[in-house]
Design a protein around this ligand. Sequence first.
Ligand SMILES: *Cc1c(COP(=O)(O)O)cnc(C)c1O
Length: 495
Amino acid sequence: MNLLYKSTRSGDITVTASQAILKGLSSDGGLFVPTSIPKLDVSLKDLAGMSYQETAYEVMKLFLTDFTEEELKDCIKKAYDSKFDTEEIAPLVKADGAYFLELFHGATIAFKDMALSILPHLLITSARKNNVHNEIVILTATSGDTGKAALAGFADVKGTRIIVFYPKDGVSPIQEKQMVTQKGENTHVIGIKGNFDDAQTGVKNIFGDKELEKVMNDAGFQFSSANSINIGRLVPQIVYYVYSYAMLLKNEEIAEGEKINVVVPTGNFGNILAAYYAKNMGLPINKLICASNENKVLFDFFTTGTYDRNRDFVLTSSPSMDILISSNLERLIYKIAGSDAEKNKNLMDSLKTTGKYDITPEMKAELADFYGNFTSEEETAQTIKNLYEKTGYVIDTHTAVAANVYKKYAADTKDDTKTVIASTASPFKFTRSVMDAIDTKYDSMTDFELVDELSRISGVTVPQAIEEIRTAPVRHKTVCEVNEMTNEVKKFLGI
Ligand SMILES: *Cc1c(COP(=O)(O)O)cnc(C)c1O
């Protein structure tokens, strides 16, 4: 059966998976969603015997139905290889009564690698299938991790160029160093004088610029997105939820069919949406626990049914979650609106003009699968310190937001269902915040002294991604105003 994709904002645009991957965003500004969510067609028991790559095939073949078996297996093989520092790809670590699903063993030590190591291959394959001869220009706004993971994925991939915008003062020093040292003639990294939402809005405007699109096409270019709105990002993320369940089953931590909870440190709502899709595919998931930092728009939304971005933007120690507009939430809104594009569009228009919208009580009733809560900066640090002192296991700031929300959830509900916490970044990526949380005595050390100290206290080898940037030269120095973004794109492409 061929699964098609529709825009969340109009009933009449229908595309294949490869077309949706190529376009990224629908031309009406909507996001592509599958017309139905397919059911897993292998048993949980069978999945428990599979490798990550085999699991990836079983999940992704159901969504990317216009890819041949050979094409898809080839993409999977190229993505999940020795770029990851463990054959398990996404190991589960049990600590303090929960299972941490480590999604940070790829090239840039954050969970974005899980999808961005396969996206370039899905994209090139999609271009070939649709007879596209233009060079594909990846345009991305990043709150830190996407940018580097996309750069690493696309660097020197033939037929592609990649342009990354990041908030100049809104990413960690290590995140910035990772990006500005990026190699590859087809890469371009630009800091903007604004926050992540400014960067994301700027990128959305460039995508919507019809005049620019024409100029680009005449020069042999077309845009695509590596942002988490691309279904080529979303679908690979479903895989590790299925895989984590299968590992729990394999390790006899759960019985077949037993439900688990999933906790996800959330920003743009892509990762948790993938867990929601996994649940809708038939994976036995009880609650989807949405963890926010002090930018708690989503907590307020789940509590009140009102999404309201009109508030101060807080810079936290979990910068990849410093987001006031969670783009992927639109896919959930569309679904709980009964897949009604008109209804969804009205809400999104309201978000654009007034910065807020209210869902109906009927829609709110559809959110029973979700629980939302948030973690303050102080709690984030305390969580890292407590877990380290209790177990010796060191987690990063984003994962700590999730671990603390899980504690709040368990206290609120007394639910003792076994729980997987998505561990979205290596502590080595946010070393200073992590080490400061453990002990203030680390204050005076340099970033790289801290890296070595973290390695010593945690017993974890310094990841390759960090070793690489110790000495790497800065290659990207451009900083621009928000309103200069389009010009920067044109300059890089020479148009
Ligand atoms: C991107 C990111 C998140 C948030 O994921 P979303 O899919 O945007 O909700 C959380 N943690 C880390 C480390 C990230 O890089």
